[in-house]
Design a protein around this ligand. Structure first.
Ligand code: ATP
Ligand code: MG
Ligand code: MG
Ligand code: MG
Length: 570
């Protein structure tokens, strides 16, 4: 490629609202242009990177025996009603009606569609196992799209789904995908860690996330440097030693007032989808058999719901719901003075970005009749709330495998593999005939990779004050040729054109900067956009038969004989 024939624009400054480094750099380098919140155009330069990531993913998936297909982005509501997710999914699911008033969604994920395909075409155990995948645009109406392409609303995902006649075979394929994902992220040149992950509301046994390690990551990862234990803190908390949990309970007990906790925890315990607005949540502490625990209360006047949640929580945690009497006693309110009330009840929200559930507007007060509101004020009728960090796992906690102490780092979730078991196959009636002719429900796995998120994550790991630093495997070009005076010196032009031809012939992805620009501009642009290797051609060097070579991370350039340059780059 010659820059004179390419289209790219770079910026000196990133837009003021860009929050993280990769977002700033991608905008400055002209990889992407923002169209709306969380929605971007991939410009030719950025698209080269995206496609390289995509191709590595595709090659490894094919190598692992999966088959590519392409499902529709628009999906009929009926499938989501069948699986039950039409009700469960919440506002992240973008729903719309066509001209005939039929309901549709723009797919945030494709379990329903693929299960529908397989239930129609796969009838016999002889056709199993099968693993189908696609690389496709997804839409999730994220409550807070941010960090550029890392939390977009429209984004590119590789999603694969495998179907099996036995759980053992699902586990085999799950292992195959674990290894495949490790190969993919290694080939992409990323520092990553596979961590045990929470299976959330789906239940089941196995789930791992793959995280690119970066301080800007939204997830906390607990890992043990002395063993291979690593888990998303969401999961590690469920296994956390009592000590840290007790400390959190103690902190809460000091005030006996509503506090804050990580939204992911709230969502998990309440089994609410992230992003769901709930009316009021109170977090209280209590003493029970001299053992301190703390309890969550969802004040919705919805006793049935409370009971269901309470039993689920009790099964996995020493948490439980307090009865209304307990809360009343705790808060020192008169009986009857508790209810789903608040000055601004809609302000209590579970945010999708793991920040906090806001509870500061929780106000207690109601009349005997039940749950009518009175104008009770926080600060006046109840103490001002404090903010607590209720994360239960802290660095220094013992590792659950007993092999050392835990450390905590931040990660960006770039992949997620999941043993779905029979959740969707059951709901949609996806079955096959076994060897004895008996109908059996299939076992299912699903495997996602955030292709567009990877580009942002790679830049979070690879950048310096000059711009983007990408591994050659995914850089927009591997090598740039920067001639000093392409339009002035015949010798420079001839040498640059010759090297360009040689490198292309040698299979290099090379760009020749033949713009009539000052050297400083060309250097700065090539550094900003993240080209790993630079060859400068100048008249002086040519006289000695030399080019000037500089790796993107090198402090100094070195002179290399013209005849050695191709070998140097290999
Ligand atoms: P997150 O926890 O970051 O919201 P998720 O767990 O909801 O992600 P999955 O349903 O596991 O995401 O989807 C598979 C992969 O798709 C994720 O591992 C991630 O890499 C990517 N992904 C999910 N949401 C987004 C998004 N809003 N923008 C870009 N990539 C995303
Ligand atoms: Mg999500
Ligand atoms: Mg996640
Ligand atoms: Mg996930």
């Amino acid at each position: 490629m010659r820059t004179s024939q390419f289209f790219f624009t770079t910026l000196k400054e990133a837009p003021a609202d860009a929050e993280v480094i990769s977002q700033k750099m991608m905008l400055r380098a002209g990889y992407i242009k923002r169209a709306a919140a969380g929605i971007y155009t991939w410009m030719p330069l950025g698209l080269r990177v995206l496609r390289k990531v995509e191709n590595v993913v595709r090659e490894e998936m094919n190598q692992a025996g999966a088959l590519e297909l392409l499902m529709p982005a628009v999906q009929p509501a009926e499938l989501w009603q069948e699986s039950g997710r039409w009700e469960q999914y919440g506002p992240e699911l973008l729903r719309f009606k066509d001209r005939h008033q039929r309901e549709f969604v723009i797919g945030p994920t494709h379990e329903e569609v693929i299960t529908d395909v397989v239930r129609r075409d796969v009838k016999s155990y002889r056709q199993l196992p099968i693993h189908l995948y696609q690389v496709q645009t997804k839409f999730r109406d994220e409550i807070r799209p941010r960090f550029g392409v890392m939390r977009g609303r429209e984004f590119l995902m590789k999603d694969g789904y495998s179907f099996h006649s036995s759980f053992d075979d699902l586990k085999r394929e799950y292992g195959n995908m674990y290894d495949t994902y490790s190969r993919i992220f290694t080939r992409l040149g990323l520092k990553f860690r596979a961590v045990a992950a929470d299976t959330g509301s789906i239940g089941g046994t196995g789930s791992h996330e793959f995280h690119v390690l970066a301080d800007s990551g939204e997830d906390d990862i607990a890992f043990c440097p002395d063993s291979d234990y690593a888990a998303n803190v969401e999961l590690a908390e469920a296994l956390a030693p009592a000590r840290s949990r007790m400390a959190a309970a103690k902190a809460l007990e000091k005030t006996h007032t509503p506090g804050k906790m990580a939204c992911a925890d709230v969502a998990k315990f309440l089994e609410l989808p992230l992003g769901q607005i709930v009316k009021s949540i109170a977090v209280i502490s209590e003493k029970e058999d001299s053992k301190q625990t703390f309890a969550l209360l969802l004040l919705r006047g919805d006793h049935e719901l409370n009971e269901i949640k309470a039993s689920k929580i009790a099964a996995i945690n020493p948490f439980r719901f307090a009865t209304e009497e307990e809360v009343i006693a705790h808060l020192g309110c008169k009986p009857g003075f508790i209810g789903p009330v608040g000055i601004d009840r809609e302000k209590v929200a579970v945010f999708a970005d793991r920040s906090v559930a806001v509870m500061s507007d929780f106000v207690c007060g109601a009349n005997e009749a039940g749950y009518h509101m009175t104008g009770v004020n926080f600060g006046r009728d109840l103490p001002e709330p404090e903010i607590f960090d209720l994360r239960n796992v802290v660095a220094g906690d013992p590792s659950p495998d007993g092999k050392g102490m835990l450390d905590i780092c931040r990660g960006i979730e770039v992949g997620h593999i999941f043993q779905l078991r029979q959740k969707y196959a059951q709901a949609l009636g996806c079955s096959y005939l076994d060897e004895s002719g008996k109908s059996q429900v299939m076992e299912m796995g699903c495997y996602g990779i955030g292709v567009s998120r990877i580009v942002g994550a790679a830049i979070e790991q690879g950048n310096d004050e000059k711009g983007i630093v990408l591994p050659a495997a995914i850089a927009p070009f591997e090598v740039c040729i920067v001639p000093m005076g392409y339009h002035k010196s015949e010798a420079v032009k001839a040498a640059a054109d010759q090297l360009y031809a040689d490198l292309k012939k040698g299979g290099f992805d090379v760009v020749l900067d033949d713009r009539n620009e000052r050297p400083g501009v060309m250097f700065a642009d090539m550094e900003l956009i993240g080209i790993p290797h630079r060859v400068v051609i100048g008249e002086r060097g040519l006289k000695d038969g030399q080019f000037e070579y500089k790796g993107r991370r090198d402090a100094e350039a070195t002179m290399i004989a013209q005849s050695d340059i191709v070998a140097t780059l290999q």
